[in-house]
Design a protein around this ligand. Structure first.
Ligand SMILES: NC(=O)c1ccc[n+]([C@@H]2O[C@H](COP(=O)([O-])OP(=O)(O)OC[C@H]3O[C@@H](n4cnc5c(N)ncnc54)[C@H](O)[C@@H]3O)[C@@H](O)[C@H]2O)c1
Length: 342
């Protein structure tokens, strides 16, 4: 591939794979990161709604099995591609909406290669924005509550500027996303790209990876296995957890809204990490053993979205209770465990 000024490669890349051989002309919605946890659920929902979806994913943390499963839809196309590399110019003209979810979300995964995490957020987002500009497509960035860093106000409203350590271990992600937001805003004001910024708070559910190091997958799988749970620090740090199907609905609602300013998406029931461990144990009716481990560097103490804007503008709120969501997540992990042992 050759790179033009626009960050798009010449058309005709041969790594587009479409089981239905229907070509990329049918493409309407591009989902970058569509082989990942939230991205796959989003692709499935969009396909179910009758849209054509092209998933662009490097499979850094995404799953080839998910791609195979989505390949059952004739309107699904997969492009194995790093978004920080020039994108296939053949995509231009075929896409009306671009969702950018491409970036590892688990601290363990995004800290493995911090330079790559920054490149994905900055160069990758820029490449996709350039594609959206040329294609005149609407663009949505999956940003994060991490842009608020270790917040000094609660709940966090969209007009709070945040409290981020620019050189800590989380900076590659937090500052990467903050720069991605700045880029989205710059493309909106300078190039009139029709943009959306979703600030996603902790999201969990079926489709997470067992060993991704995220708190829900970690607690559910360890309690199912009868293993002790490590609590970092005093365990009183709080989070709010949104079920993945609710998040997918919110992302689609934001994309189809007229709101061009950042919007918090998530659930606002606040639980501490220790409370979550005991809640998982109660829901699964299993004993819970806690082990204290050193606190993580820059681990935010509190995290709770102010959701007034998304209720008012989107008329959306999460409907899955944490108890129900944890049950469904546990059922998923129990099922996948059985398959891996079969
Ligand atoms: N899950 C959450 O709780 C949460 C919270 C806040 C924000 N987000 C954001 O939502 C998005 C999706 O999160 P997730 O939980 O599904 O993460 P995930 O790690 O499961 O999925 C990310 C996907 O992006 C792909 N990817 C990573 N770098 C890429 C690159 N350079 N080029 C192409 N593909 C690349 C991965 O292979 C993977 O399929 C991320 O942008 C994340 O920052 C998630």
């Amino acid at each position: 591939m050759t790179k033009g000024n626009s960050g798009l490669a010449q058309a005709g890349s041969n790594n587009i794979y479409n089981k239905a051989s229907s070509g990329i002309e049918i493409v309407r919605i591009l989902v970058a990161g569509g082989a990942g946890f939230i991205g796959a659920a989003l692709c499935e929902k969009l396909l179910g709604l009758g849209h054509a979806v092209v998933c662009v994913d490097s499979l850094q943390t995404g799953s080839a099995q998910v791609v195979d499963r989505l390949g059952a839809f004739t309107a699904f196309t997969f492009l194995h591609q790093d978004i920080a590399q020039p994108l296939d110019a053949g995509l231009v003209g075929t896409v009306e909406q671009v969702y950018n979810l491409a970036c590892p979300a688990s601290p363990r995964q995004y800290q493995q290669d911090p330079v790559k995490t920054i490149e994905t957020n900055v160069i990758g987002t820029r490449n996709l924005l350039e594609l959206a500009r040329i294609a005149r497509a609407r663009f949505l960035l999956a940003s994060t509550s991490e842009v608020y860093g270790s917040p000094q106000q609660k709940p966090q409203r969209e007009d709070y500027w945040g409290n981020v350590n620019t050189t800590g271990p989380r900076a590659c992600y937090d500052e990467g996303k903050r720069c991605a937001e700045a880029l989205v805003q710059a493309y909106h004001t300078q190039h009139q790209v029709d943009t959306r910024i979703a600030r996603i708070f902790n999201t969990y559910g079926p489709g997470m990876q067992r060993d991704d190091g995220r708190v829900v997958s970690n607690f559910v799988t360890r309690i199912l296995d009868g293993a002790p749970i490590e609590i970092y620090g005093d365990g009183r740090q709080t989070r709010c957890f949104c079920y993945v199907d609710d998040m997918v609905e919110a992302l689609i609602a934001l994309m189809t809204s007229e709101c061009v300013t950042p919007m918090n998406l998530g659930a606002d029931r606040e639980v501490s990490v220790v409370e979550l461990a005991h809640l998982v144990g109660r829901v699964l009716e299993k004993p819970v053993t806690l082990r204290v481990a050193p606190a993580l560097v820059d681990d935010p103490r509190e995290r709770q979205p102010d959701l007034e804007k998304c209720r008012r503008v989107l008329g959306w709120q999460a409907t899955t209770s944490l108890e129900m969501g944890l049950l469904k997540t546990a059922a998923f992990f129990a099922r996948t465990q059985e398959h891996s042992h079969a």
